[in-house]
Design a protein around this ligand. Structure first.
Ligand code: GLN
Length: 205
């Protein structure tokens, strides 16, 4: 008798052009999936999900353009593979970017204002909770020159709020957070994304 074939491990990429990608890779490994640092668009082909990390969205945009990532990212999303953007990654995924206006991929129907917390509160931590599968789970949220979500579209589910504004949201296979879950030891948010990736993979033939 032969043993049943083990499913291939889930592989999640982290866009590694600039910014906070290394800690995301570590958080993914600790969540028991394979983490792959992505530096070329071709690398997306054998991944099941992708994280766009925090960093500087203007620099990231320039590099994404330089390396011709946009068509590959759009294809990745169109084939139902989940994408998670934190902070600058959220700014890249948003439908609309304000302050100043800048281009974006528009994969989630939110409007974000960059650097929206003013100078005194450029970076801060807050205890909050994320509501995942109907359950509120306490998490520490680290905000670094964070954007603020100013509008969420009707298809967007808010998963967490802070001071009256959404700080984590999801539309279908696209998840965004204005805070940095990779900067705490808590794997709640990464595990949630890994589960979403597993579910999406099980659905594709
Ligand atoms: N302020 C940055 C921007 O607008 C985002 C900051 C971050 O990713 N921590 O691009």
């Amino acid at each position: 008798m032969t043993a049943p074939a083990r499913p291939a491990p889930v592989r999640i990429g982290v866009l590694a052009l600039q910014g906070d990608f290394a800690l995301h890779s570590q958080a993914l490994e600790r969540s028991e999936v394979d983490a792959v640092e992505v530096r070329k668009p071709e690398a997306l082909a054998d991944l099941d999900g992708l994280i766009l990390p925090g960093g500087e969205s203007t620099t990231l945009l320039r590099l994404i353009d330089e390396w011709n990532f946009v068509p590959a990212l759009e294809r990745f999303h169109a084939t139902g593979k989940p994408v998670f953007g934190t902070c600058a990654g959220l700014i890249l995924l948003a439908r609309e970017v304000l302050h100043p206006v800048q281009p974006s991929l528009g994969l989630i129907d939110v409007a974000v204002e960059r650097n929206a917390y003013g100078r005194q509160r450029e970076s801060f931590e807050a205890r909050g909770s994320v509501t995942l599968a109907g359950r509120a789970i306490p998490v520490d949220m680290v905000f670094i020159r964070a954007p603020r979500i100013r509008r969420v579209g009707p298809e967007v589910e808010t998963l967490a709020t802070h001071a009256g504004a959404p700080v984590m949201a999801r539309q279908g296979t696209v998840v965004v957070a204005t805070f940095h879950p990779e900067l705490t030891d808590d794997l709640t948010v990464h595990r949630y994304f890994c589960d979403l990736v597993r579910t999406a993979r099980a659905r594709t033939p």
